[in-house]
Design a protein around this ligand. Structure first.
Ligand SMILES: Cc1cc2nc3c(=O)[nH]c(=O)nc-3n(C[C@H](O)[C@H](O)[C@H](O)COP(=O)(O)OP(=O)(O)OC[C@H]3O[C@@H](n4cnc5c(N)ncnc54)[C@H](O)[C@@H]3O)c2cc1C
Length: 291
């Protein structure tokens, strides 16, 4: 089993922020049976962390104690009429392109969100135009013992960037609802969404997208901008001057730099507007002080 693991694997290779120290053990299971075997081989006290595309993660500079499982290789796709079964490790941009080319749509509102199907379900990722759970029929996940369960979407309580699934479950497969469409039109819709993003988001620097959730009825980016914090910098971490809810890595930012900026932004927004900003990003690993 040992040859399947990488030891002390730097996590900055696996996060879109390009930040994060080493994980004790790191593995990319090649199939669902391989994942089940891996889980069964882990001692119960071993901490297991699942990641997809690493596009919503801040990993501690000290890294992660335990085993990180990346779903990248779980990418199977089977379409049955308007229902698609797809592996959790499939990247959303790849999925959207491939479906559109074959004349299948209904998910274009997710265009431009990086990361995997599994990560998108865990985060209930979305845009102003909808969230992934709107087009979901069922989710199959595995527990720590390697047992899998299929759950209809009506039995999952989804919220804003939240999925009511067992805390430590590993999503392995999704069933998504599709609509038939014209390939050229679908590809054009996707292209337009990407173009809009390029105008509004700082895509030329590593980031993890929006750092904070939007408070009810408002936008975190608007509040941060109104506090005059665009361009504020700690080390190589910077509040983006393009979109204030993004913190970009201008070179060699560390997780502590990002955390310090997060702390400053929260304090200022609370002082000026009395609003407490909640994190949208997920913190993983050995942080000395969690915000
Ligand atoms: C430039 C940019 C733009 C973005 N725009 C958007 C946007 O418009 N809307 C939006 O919602 N998000 C956006 N994001 C954030 C991010 O892309 C989404 O949250 C995405 O769905 C995360 O998927 P991932 O596979 O990268 O998950 P990861 O970042 O790897 O993980 C995120 C969380 O999901 C868990 N997880 C991952 N895979 C699984 C699995 N198979 N089973 C169980 N748990 C799992 C992880 O443990 C972690 O808690 C953006 C990010 C970037 C960098």
């Amino acid at each position: 089993m040992n040859e399947e693991f990488l030891f002390d694997e730097p996590m900055d290779r696996h996060t879109t922020w390009r930040i994060g120290g080493p994980a004790d053990r790191f593995c990319i299971p090649a199939s669902i049976p391989a994942l089940a075997a891996l889980l069964r081989s882990c001692p119960p006290e071993e901490k297991i962390i699942v990641i997809g595309g690493g596009s919503n993660l801040l990993v501690a500079d000290a890294g992660i104690r335990g085993t990180v499982i990346m779903t990248r290789a779980l990418k199977g796709m089977v379409r049955e009429g308007e229902r698609l079964r797809v592996g959790a490790g499939m990247l959303l941009p790849e999925l959207l392109q491939s479906l559109a080319r074959d004349g299948w749509g209904g998910l274009e509102f997710l265009a431009g969100i990086p990361g995997t199907v599994g990560g998108a379900i865990r985060m209930n990722a979305g845009t102003d135009a909808g969230v992934i759970s709107d087009r979901l029929a069922a989710v199959t996940f595995m527990d720590r013992a390697g047992h899998s369960e299929r759950r209809e979407v009506s039995r999952i309580d989804f919220g804003y960037r939240r999925a009511g699934l067992p805390e430590d479950c590993l999503i392995i497969e999704a069933e998504l609802l599709l609509d038939q469409g014209e390939p050229r039109e679908l590809l054009e819709k996707i292209r337009k969404r990407w173009a809009q993003r390029k105008e509004k988001q700082p895509l030329s620097f590593p980031s993890a997208g929006c750092v904070f959730k939007n408070p009810p009825g408002d936008a975190a980016g608007r509040l941060i901008d109104a506090c005059g914090m665009k361009g504020l910098r700690v080390g190589d971490a910077e509040v983006s001057s393009v979109h204030a809810n993004f913190i970009v890595n201008r070179g060699h930012a560390r997780a502590v730099d990002v955390l310090e900026l997060i702390g400053q932004v929260r304090r200022k927004v609370r002082e000026k507007f009395g609003v407490a900003l909640d994190l949208e990003i997920c913190l993983l690993g050995a942080f000395p002080d969690r915000p």
